[in-house]
Ligand binder design. Sequence first.
Ligand SMILES: C[S@@+](CC[C@H](N)C(=O)[O-])C[C@H]1O[C@@H](n2cnc3c(N)ncnc32)[C@H](O)[C@@H]1O
Length: 147
Amino acid sequence: MADKRRFELFAQFIVERFSAPRIFDIAGGQGRLNEALAKFGRTVTTFDLRHKHLPVRFAERAFSLEEPCEAELLVGMHPDGATRIIIEYAAMHRLPFAVVPCCSDNSMPYNPWRRYLAGLARERGFPTVEEHSLPMEGRARVILGQF
Ligand SMILES: C[S@@+](CC[C@H](N)C(=O)[O-])C[C@H]1O[C@@H](n2cnc3c(N)ncnc32)[C@H](O)[C@@H]1O
């Protein structure tokens, strides 16, 4: 069971490190991270396939590399099958990203998946790739990349 505080904790982490006014929240579920970030004055667009969501800026579709770049930061909380694309899109547009990985898209166990994602970011040209921990239960490691 994922920690219910994850959205507030991740939002706090994000605003402490990034000043980006516009944020893409990928695989954001119902939009709870969006809601938490909006309280800090950020403009957030959540991408997810879910029909049922909070009344936030919400793109009800799968995020893809073809999306126009209208953000200065990409984030994802437990984005499952969309984790890799966050890093690929951020690299393509030379934007920073922060993801809290959960399940892989190819059955890779958690720790190898985390190492793979950090390696992917370095391979795509991010000179700075860091890992941090959120103070919560469950999958709590943040992978962050910046140019
Ligand atoms: C484990 S849920 C996490 C949702 C939310 N971030 C949370 O922490 O509760 C994974 C979400 O990824 C979404 N998803 C998977 N692939 C996606 C894609 N390519 N674009 C947008 N959303 C995607 C699913 O619809 C699902 O809501």
